[in-house]
Design a protein around this ligand. Structure first.
Ligand code: ISE
Length: 373
């Protein structure tokens, strides 16, 4: 059995650079229904700040690239977590993760979810499986951290929000890991300090070295830009109300028929304008930039070396996302982006898809907030 290579998420960052999980919002306080929900927005030592007691026994669904990465991080770098079981339709992949981490293999997701020895579930399976898995976790009463996107369309995401509300518990968290990135945390603190004055503009750049062969033009919006959409809501603590998308000359490096790069212009409820470049076949590497312009000053995301892909660039964020999730579960106070945040991001991304088709600015339509518990 080939051991899974060490995860980049194991790379320790200097304590000064690493955010801790924020004190979580209390269950049922409704804070998860606003973009500013307190996931990881305060500085700390990154240790997860967990109390004693038994570890959270985690079951992992999906042993692909992200699943393997999460497995190694959980096994090595998340105090208070025990990865106990993994499942994947490819038994070899599941067995590799099990061998590398010492966990069991479950025959399928149903077996994993039904295992009384699994306290919480990490979903890192293909996007089109997320809905069914998250709903099954809700039915089983198990907390779940689901990779983004929560669901392929807004109706489905809203169904999950409502199912969670009906369960009376805050069980769903979505893997928008950038909220745990030290650079974005510093930007949010700078904005919250008032030193920048009121935010006016945000300039975002999102470049990947190369897309996968199956990547589509829509996925630039639903798979890539969705990270910017979430970070904008979280930084500014307000909703995005309208989106326009522009497409120019396509790079010849993009797969046939894929329009890459694209530009998005997002408008928030208070009138902040956000321009986003998404370029997923930029060739030279993974490069994410962000500049916030306020009435009195500018804050730039701390420069990071151009990396191979998002797993290197956001290694600390992935680790601290898991620490925050597990720490929140141990304290009984859930932490991280909520099902509502997943629904909102999907709603904005789909408005972007509509704009790319219509050539006009499209309004983001969202339901009234739903508060669990
Ligand atoms: C991918 O799914 C991610 O989550 C990456 O962070 C993003 O950079 C990439 O473009 C997405 O396809």
């Amino acid at each position: 059995m080939t051991p899974v290579p060490a995860s980049p998420a194991d790379v320790p960052a200097s304590p000064a650079d690493v955010p801790g999980d924020a004190p979580a919002d209390g269950p049922g306080d409704g804070s998860g229904d606003r973009p500013g929900d307190g996931s990881g927005d305060r500085p700390g030592d990154g240790s997860g700040d967990v109390p004693g007691g038994p570890p959270v026994r985690v079951g992992l669904v999906g042993a692909g690239v992200m699943g393997r990465d999460h497995a190694m991080t959980l096994a090595r770098s998340v105090p208070g977590a025990a990865l106990v079981t993994v499942t994947d339709p490819d038994p070899d992949r599941a067995a590799e993760v099990a061998a590398a981490t010492g966990c069991r293999v479950a025959v399928d997701a149903d077996a994993l979810l039904g295992d009384p020895g699994v306290d919480a579930v990490l979903v890192a399976s293909p996007d089109d499986t997320h809905e069914a898995l998250v709903l099954a976790c809700l039915a089983a009463g198990k907390p779940v951290l689901c990779e983004k996107p929560l669901a392929p369309d807004a109706e489905t995401a809203l169904r999950i929000v409502r199912a969670e509300a009906a369960s009376g518990r805050r069980l769903v968290r979505v893997g928008f890991m950038r909220r745990h990135d030290p650079g974005y945390l510093a930007m949010r603190r700078a904005l919250d300090s008032g030193d920048l004055g009121a935010p006016l503009l945000l300039h975002c750049r999102h470049r990947n070295a190369a897309s996968t062969p199956a990547f589509t033009s829509d996925m630039l919006l639903t798979s890539s830009a969705t990270h910017e959409i979430d970070i904008v809501r979280w930084l500014l603590r307000e909703e995005i109300v309208a989106v326009s998308v522009r497409t120019g000359r396509a790079s010849r490096r993009a797969p046939a028929g894929v329009v890459d790069p694209r530009l998005l212009l997002l408008r928030t409820a208070s009138g902040v304008l956000v321009d986003v470049e998404v370029f997923v076949n930029a060739g030279y590497g993974y490069d994410v930039r962000c500049e916030l312009v306020g009435e009195r000053g500018v804050h730039r995301l701390s420069p990071a070396p151009v990396s191979r892909d998002w797993r290197d660039r956001f290694a600390v964020a992935y680790r601290d996302q898991l620490r925050a999730w597990v720490g929140g579960l141990r304290r009984g106070a859930p932490d991280g982006p909520t099902a509502w945040d997943g629904y909102a991001a999907t709603s904005v991304a789909l408005a972007a898809v509509r704009s790319a088709r219509s050539g006009r600015e499209e309004a983001v339509t969202m339901a009234d907030a739903v508060t669990p518990g």
